[in-house]
Write a protein that binds this ligand. Sequence first.
Ligand code: ZN
Length: 191
Amino acid sequence: MADAVGELVACHEYDRLHWQAELPPGGRADCSKCGAVLYRDIPDSLNRALALYLSALLLFIIANSFPFLALEFGGRVESNLLISGGWALYEMGMGELGLLVFLTSIAFPLLTVLGMLYLLISLRYGERPPGMGPVWRLVNGLMPWSLLGGVPARHPGCGDQAAGSGKLHSWRGAVRIRSLHVYVRRGAGEF
Ligand SMILES: [Zn+2]
């Protein structure tokens, strides 16, 4: 932000123009008309966001490599990966719903994390990445449609539940997804 001191910045809400000033560490500048945040100083924000998104990528790989749900029925245990849900719906003749599950639980979260890593790694090393604007808009556009943006704090499967005469084990998978959600949200807050 120090490079932009003395330049004009417009409020995103009302387009009111302000001269940029140097902020103290952790400081923030608000619009004088509506109070919307204009810019902030987050100490070491690139390194912290990068660490959080790298952790999110590792969690994404782990979340997709181990069973998300396990159904114990008469001593037999059926395990499912995260990707299995979309495929099962497709095989049941609900292809559109299966595609939606695949996009929101696999494709959009992965694109969000990879897009942010592309931006953060380039910026961390002082480079302006090609396509920075479109990638940023894509990440912001996908975030609300991604499972990462909507996993509730108390997932209904956070625990072992009786399901008919069987038993549903899903807490480990839910914890992994919940951790992934927390890392991505914290990473977005640092950037
Ligand atoms: Zn404003």
